[in-house]
Design a protein around this ligand. Structure first.
Ligand code: ATP
Ligand code: MG
Length: 356
């Protein structure tokens, strides 16, 4: 069982590394030909560039009662939240993995659950206006934050960060990352598109940027968490391919506008009224404070291309699965008919064979 988990974990990591390498390769490939898309930035909300300085003001605030409920929750779980946002990122991958395991155990011992492999994504229930409502608290994991630091240090994404390097980042106050904050930047764009396309077969859950009480007010992964509305779903595109395929053209337009790039069935849920809800708005892990929220045209071209290709390839996979299912239904029906005919034939033949 442990062996299967390890293999699964390695395969998932390999998948992520391959995805990111493809993104980097396509970045190199697009590099020469991206002049045509220079200027196609996807980093504004209502015309204002989304930056670490503006994102808080641009993001719609929660209602007073929701703000109250999540503040109470954050106070109650403050030691855990601080441990998660400050999870050290130095040392070898196996040490990082052990640290993540310890933190996941802490999450469980607090009666919570982490539903993400590489981040901390915890479903929570909050009483808002007398009603119990579900949300998800989303915090970037140490492996993803390490990739942010490597970008800052000019190293390749998966390089090991030595303790001395990390200490020098701390000493020079360069510990601010925007990895889970990036979810809000992408969401703002998706929300803007959705508000202009309310007839689309898409549902966009609410996302909030919530200050951790007692932390400095500057926006960064250390000082704010992301709170996302829980979507009650009937499944994913894998289980409801026809609904996903019906929404494909809307999804492609929305993804191009918002920079949705990491496409897989598990990044969407199907709502009870048959709409497709994107639920994972995390941007790539190459944090650079100046252009992180899609403020670099070349990077935008790569992100948009990755999203469009990802949607096409998921649609293709789902179509093939649908065709295969249709073929096996057809085969099963044919087989039933043949059996039925054979039974009829046998019944009609048996008296005669008895007479002989
Ligand atoms: N708004 C939502 N409503 C319902 N379920 C959600 C929502 N957001 C996330 N989830 C569930 O939590 C899982 C993890 O969330 P998310 O994709 O945002 O995190 P992640 O760190 O990217 O995880 P992964 O690497 O597994 O994709 C999703 O696959 C989904 O099952
Ligand atoms: Mg995800």
């Amino acid at each position: 069982m442990l062996g299967i988990c390890v293999v699964q974990s390695v395969l998932e990591r390999v998948y992520l590394v391959v995805m990111r390498s493809m993104l980097l390769l396509s970045m190199l490939f697009v590099g020469g030909s991206s002049r045509a898309v220079q200027g196609t930035l996807i980093n504004t909300y209502h015309g204002v560039p989304i930056t670490a300085q503006t994102i808080l003001e641009l993001t719609p605030s929660p209602t007073v009662t929701l703000q109250h409920a999540i503040t109470v929750w954050l106070y109650a779980y403050k030691p855990l939240i601080m441990a998660l946002v400050h999870a050290p990122v130095h040392d070898a991958p196996n040490v990082l993995k052990e640290r993540s395991d310890v933190l996941n155990e802490c999450i469980r011992s607090c009666g919570l659950q982490n539903v993400s492999k590489w981040n901390f994504v915890m479903p929570v229930e909050l009483t808002v206006d007398g009603e119990l409502k579900r949300y998800l608290v989303k915090i970037a994991g140490p492996v993803n934050r390490r990739e942010n630091y490597n970008k800052l240090l000019g190293k390749s994404a998966s390089s090991v960060i030595a303790l001395s390097e990390y200490q020098s980042l701390v000493a020079t106050h360069r510990t601010a990352t925007y990895q889970h904050i990036s979810r809000v930047a992408c969401w703002l764009r998706l929300r803007e598109w959705y508000m202009q396309n309310l007839q689309a077969q898409i549902f966009v859950p609410r996302v909030y940027l919530i200050h951790i009480p007692g932390q400095p007010s500057m926006v960064s992964d250390e000082n704010y968490i992301v709170l996302e509305e829980w979507v009650n779903s009937i499944g994913t595109p894998d289980t409801h391919p026809h609904i996903f395929l019906a929404a494909l053209s809307d999804l492609k337009r929305a993804a191009a506008y918002a920079g949705l790039w990491d496409i897989a069935s598990k990044q969407f849920v199907i709502t009870q009224d048959n709409k497709v809800a994107p639920i994972d708005f995390e941007l790539p892990h190459d944090c650079n404070p100046e252009d992180f929220f899609n403020g670099n045209a070349e990077k935008c071209a790569v992100i948009v291309r990755a999203g469009q290709n990802g949607l096409d390839s998921l649609a293709h996979t789902l179509q093939k699965a649908q065709q295969k299912a249709a073929r096996s239904t057809f085969t099963a029906t044919c087989r039933q008919w043949i059996y039925a005919l054979m039974r009829i034939f046998t019944i009609h033949r048996s008296p005669r064979s008895g007479q002989q």
